[in-house]
Structures are given as structure tokens and as C-alpha cells.
Design a protein around this ligand. Structure first.
Ligand SMILES: C[S@@+](CC[C@H](N)C(=O)[O-])C[C@H]1O[C@@H](n2cnc3c(N)ncnc32)[C@H](O)[C@@H]1O
Length: 392
């Protein structure tokens, strides 16, 4: 069994329940009484509510089928085919080499969850949810990749104690126990695979960052955990005055160098191979970015990393963290369930709330900690902290 940071709303020892909690317990018991269900569905005033709840529970239960319908359509390239032209089940059947009777089940299922829709003359087209999947290769790459997590969850209770015994952990070589020789662990083929996936899924994140944060005031940027260097390359095209610094494990930086070369950016960039666990960060930039990096690591490593970032920045410098974050108690959850499980299967990291990351930033010395509003927080949220210009 591996040791995880214990963080969260539930303290290990609790006091006596408050009057409000006792009242809520009574309501739970009353609402879950079988007699109330009978009453709720027989009464026209409450029936709609009972129906809605039943549908919601059913959808949660059936979610595993929905995800496999999605994966089947993706693997069979049905979205790409229907993006070109509407097709009948029989035409699709010839193309994907699956018996029409069986394929029809997949098609009906996909229509019912809005991935596909029927058009005239029994032809099929893209449904409302199929359109973005057909449009973005990155979404299709993530759907395929999620199969690893699905496999790891075959025994969901055993998974909780042995989350790193599965395919996801094997896929991510660096995200396990702190202090390991991550450079050695990151065998080149794995690095290439995970970096390619990162790049495929990164477009949305890049778009969120570039359209939400004003980079105009910065001169030198250090992108820590840069991966293939896609974000910093796109940023460099938009902000032509910026000097670029890339920090990552040596085998990953070799791949990032290719991205810089393809974008004619080698002349503006300096590579800093290293591990932020073992090495300090170079003091070269007035902006440090951590894009989808902190959530891969346990609190102790993140604290060290934020401290190293603080130490490497000049007075007035900024640290920008961009990654999916957990919802605060008063916010509607976005991708919380998915990301909590993904990060558990992957390694020692966790999904943190902006307030948790903010507290860690403050501990490292940062001030003026702000969430930068962005259009699609499900892809990533943006949190900044500044190294104050005043002496403490
Ligand atoms: C999830 S990927 C994110 C890559 C890129 N920023 C993106 O959003 O696509 C995390 C990156 O952190 C790098 N990384 C992990 N541990 C590291 C360490 N100890 N030192 C330096 N980089 C590390 C990985 O090699 C990988 O490129």
C-alpha cells in the first residue's frame, strides 16, 4: 500500500454532530424511506422530482457503458467518417467490418447519449456531443488513453489500496515515489508516448492560458515541466518579445528541442535540463510557469517546487500555475471525480483546490495571490502569485 497525503474536508477525528447535521440526517432517513418513494411517484406534484432523481442515479450507474460506447465510436473512427458525410448503419457496417445487427446497438446507444443523431433517409450524422469530438484530435486521444484508467478500475475497491499497480502508473514514469531517480526512470520510449499525449491534449489548456493572462509585462519566461514545449512555443509566437527558458527532465527536453526547431525558436530559447526534485531552478526569468505539473506531485514536492520558484524569481516576478483544480465548497464540481481518480491512478499527486494551492504559494512567500478568470475552467484554472517588491 502506498502512502498518500491525507488532505480533504473530512478530519480523522470528528466532534459531536451539530444540530444542522442531526437535522440533515433525519431528512436523509425520511427521504430514503421506501414508503416515500411510493408516495413521490404516485403524487403528480412530486413525481417530476422523483423521475429526475431516478434518471440521474441511472445515468451515474450506466456511466461505464456510456464511456465504452464513446470509446467504440472513437476507435472505429465513426466520428471522422460522419464528419465527411452522413451514412446508414449498413454503409457504416461495411466500413468498420462489424455485423449490422451488432453495430446497430452501438449506434442506438450513441444516439441516446447524443454522440450521433439520425438524419433523413436513415442516415446518421454527428450528434451535439459528437461534434466537438470529431473536431478535436486531442479529445479522441484522451478518450483512447482513458482506457488505461478504465482497466485499472476493474476492481474499484482493490484499486484504492493498489492504485499504482495498474496501467496508468506504468504509463507515467515520473509520478511515483518522491526521491527516486526520475531521470533514469523516464525511459525514452515512455517519455515519447506520454509527451505526445500531453501535446495532443494540451491545445485547450494553451488556449485558456494565452487568452486569459497578459504576458506583455514579462521579458523572460521559464516553463518548468515544459513537456514537448508546445505551450511555450505557442506563447512565443504570440509574444514575440519574450526570451524563453525550458526546464524538464533531460530526455523530455530533447523532445522539446525538436518543437522549438520546428517553430524556428531555437535562437530565442535556452534549455535547462534537470529535475526540480534534485536541482534548484535557474534564476533566469521574471515569469515562471507550471502548466499541469503541480497536480502530478505530492504536497511535500510541490512545497519544495514553489519555494524553488520563489527563490529563482526576482522581486516583482510572477509564478503562474495552470492545471485542473478541485472545486471549492461553494462551486459546482467540474471534472472533479475524473481528475481525483486519474491522479490517484497516476501517482502521488492530487487535485487541489485553488485555495489549497494559494495557501502553499503564501507559505513559499508569494503575495497578491489571485485566480485569473478563464472561459473553460474544466481544462485548467490559472492561479498566480507574486514575489513582492518590498522587503519583508
Ligand atoms: C503532465 S506533464 C505536463 C507537460 C506540459 N507542461 C503540458 O501541460 O503538456 C508534466 C511534466 O513535468 C515533467 N516533470 C515531472 N517530474 C519532473 C521533475 N522532477 N523535474 C522536471 N520536470 C519534471 C514531466 O517530464 C512532464 O513533461
Amino acid at each position: 500500500m502506498h502512502q498518500l497525503d491525507f488532505n480533504g474536508a473530512a478530519p480523522l477525528s470528528a466532534g459531536a454532530p451539530s444540530a444542522l447535521d442531526q437535522f440533515k440526517l433525519k431528512v436523509d432517513q425520511w427521504l430514503s424511506h421506501p414508503a416515500l418513494y411510493k408516495f413521490a411517484i404516485s403524487n403528480p406534484l412530486t413525481r417530476w422530482f422523483a423521475q429526475r432523481r431516478t434518471q440521474q442515479v441511472f445515468d451515474v450507474m450506466a456511466g461505464f457503458v456510456h464511456s465504452q460506447v464513446l470509446l467504440s465510436c472513437t476507435r472505429l473512427r465513426i466520428f471522422e467518417m460522419l464528419r465527411e458525410q452522413p451514412l446508414t448503419v449498413a454503409e457504416l457496417s461495411t466500413r468498420v467490418q462489424i455485423e449490422p445487427a451488432a453495430l446497430q446497438r452501438l449506434i442506438y446507444a450513441a444516439v441516446s447519449i447524443k454522440l450521433l443523431e439520425f438524419r433523413q433517409h436513415n442516415k446518421l450524422g454527428l450528434g451535439a456531443l459528437g461534434v466537438p469530438i470529431a473536431a478535436h484530435e486531442g479529445i479522441r486521444a484522451m478518450i483512447e488513453h482513458n482506457h488505461l484508467l478504465y482497466r485499472d478500475l476493474t476492481d474499484p475497491v482493490a484499486f484504492l489500496n493498489h492504485a499504482w499497480a495498474g496501467s496508468m502508473a506504468e504509463y507515467w514514469p515520473y509520478a511515483h515515489e518522491a526521491g527516486q531517480d526520475v531521470t533514469r526512470k523516464a525511459a525514452d520510449d515512455k517519455v515519447t508516448r506520454y509527451s505526445a499525449l500531453m501535446a495532443a491534449s494540451q491545445n485547450f489548456v494553451i488556449q485558456e492560458i494565452l487568452s486569459s493572462y497578459n504576458f506583455g509585462d514579462h521579458q523572460q519566461i521559464l516553463d518548468v515541466g515544459t513537456g514537448l514545449g508546445r505551450f511555450i512555443s505557442e506563447l512565443a509566437k504570440q509574444e514575440t518579445h519574450l526570451q524563453l527558458h525550458l526546464f524538464d527532465l533531460p530526455p523530455v527536453l530533447n523532445l522539446a528541442q525538436d518543437t522549438l526547431r520546428q517553430n524556428n525558436l531555437l535562437g530565442r530559447a535556452q534549455l535547462h535540463p534537470g529535475s526540480f526534485i534534485d536541482n534548484d531552478l535557474p534564476a533566469v526569468a521574471d515569469l515562471i510557469t507550471l502548466v499541469r505539473v503541480a497536480h502530478d506531485h505530492p504536497d511535500a514536492i510541490v512545497r519544495q517546487l514553489l519555494q524553488k520558484a520563489y527563490d529563482a524569481l526576482p522581486a516583482g516576478g510572477v509564478l503562474l500555475i495552470a492545471e485542473p483544480m478541485a472545486s471549492e465548497a461553494d462551486e459546482a464540481p467540474l471534472g472533479d471525480a475524473y481528475f481525483h481518480y486519474y491522479l490517484l491512478a497516476m501517482g502521488a499527486g492530487r487535485l487541489r483546490k485553488p485555495s489549497e494551492l494559494g495557501a502553499m504559494l503564501a507559505e513559499a512567500g508569494f503575495s497578491h495571490i489571485e485566480l485569473v478568470p478563464n472561459a473553460m475552467p474544466i481544462h485548467a484554472r490559472l492561479l498566480i502569485g507574486r514575489k513582492t517588491k518590498c522587503l519583508p
